[in-house]
Write a protein that binds this ligand. Structure first.
Ligand code: ZN
Length: 79
């Protein structure tokens, strides 16, 4: 799997919809590629920030999400 392919599977992976076989390739690449590892971490915190912005996670506002990121997600949703 190449980095570009990993990016394509990212959404399915995060939502748990990636088939077992692809998942194995995905995680194998992830364990060896620092770029993709960081990309995934960034993606996950963005998704989380999006949920907070929607009020889904209002009970647990984590301190590790930068306010700028939340604002960026909110701004993106208005487009
Ligand atoms: Zn990669």
């Amino acid at each position: 799997m190449k980095c570009r392919e990993l990016a394509e599977f990212l959404m399915d992976y995060v939502s748990g919809e990636l088939p077992e076989e692809n998942r194995a390739h995905f995680e194998f690449h992830l364990s060896r590629c620092r770029n993709c590892h960081e990309y995934l971490a960034q993606y996950e915190s963005t998704v989380k920030a999006g949920r907070i912005a929607c009020g889904e996670l209002s009970d647990e506002l984590p301190a590790d999400i930068p306010e700028d990121l939340v604002k960026a997600v909110l701004a993106a949703r208005k487009l």
